[in-house]
Design a protein around this ligand. Structure first.
Ligand SMILES: [Zn+2]
Length: 129
């Protein structure tokens, strides 16, 4: 029996999943519009909300594009495939291996908190002492 492993998603994959779910919500809401076509104002409301979701998803996809240009391309040490990292800690896109760019965090347990400003400030203060 292998121990249950915590699975971390790469940030870019996470945002992509979010954008994809927005499209599905948009389509579902527009489908609600078709179901209520007997009530014109309700149908228009559903369609407008649906279109807004799809637009939002396009914006999120655009944002991923921007983030990808800022992400650092690396070769995953675990599966040896090229992946991209966002922030100080991230997970491999292919094998979900937690990765870090910070030598200080090597060997430590993967935690999203290492990306927050608060943590960064704390570790800087610790260094000064
Ligand atoms: Zn990998």
């Amino acid at each position: 029996m292998s121990e249950p492993q915590l699975v971390y998603k790469s940030k870019i994959n996470k945002i992509r999943g979010f954008a994809l779910s927005l499209i599905f919500i948009g389509i579902a809401v527009m489908y609600g519009g078709i179901l209520t076509k007997k009530i014109p104002w309700l149908m228009v409301t559903f369609f407008t909300i649906g279109v807004l979701f799809v637009i939002l998803s396009t914006v999120v996809y655009f944002w991923i594009g921007l983030l990808s240009t800022k992400a650092i391309p690396i070769i995953c040490p675990s599966c040896e495939k090229p992946t991209k990292m966002l922030g100080r800690v991230d997970a491999c896109m292919h094998c979900k291996q937690p990765l870090t760019l910070d030598k200080e965090l090597e060997g430590k347990e993967f935690d999203e908190k290492y990306n927050t400003r608060k943590y960064r400030r704390q570790s800087e203060e610790q260094r000064k002492q």
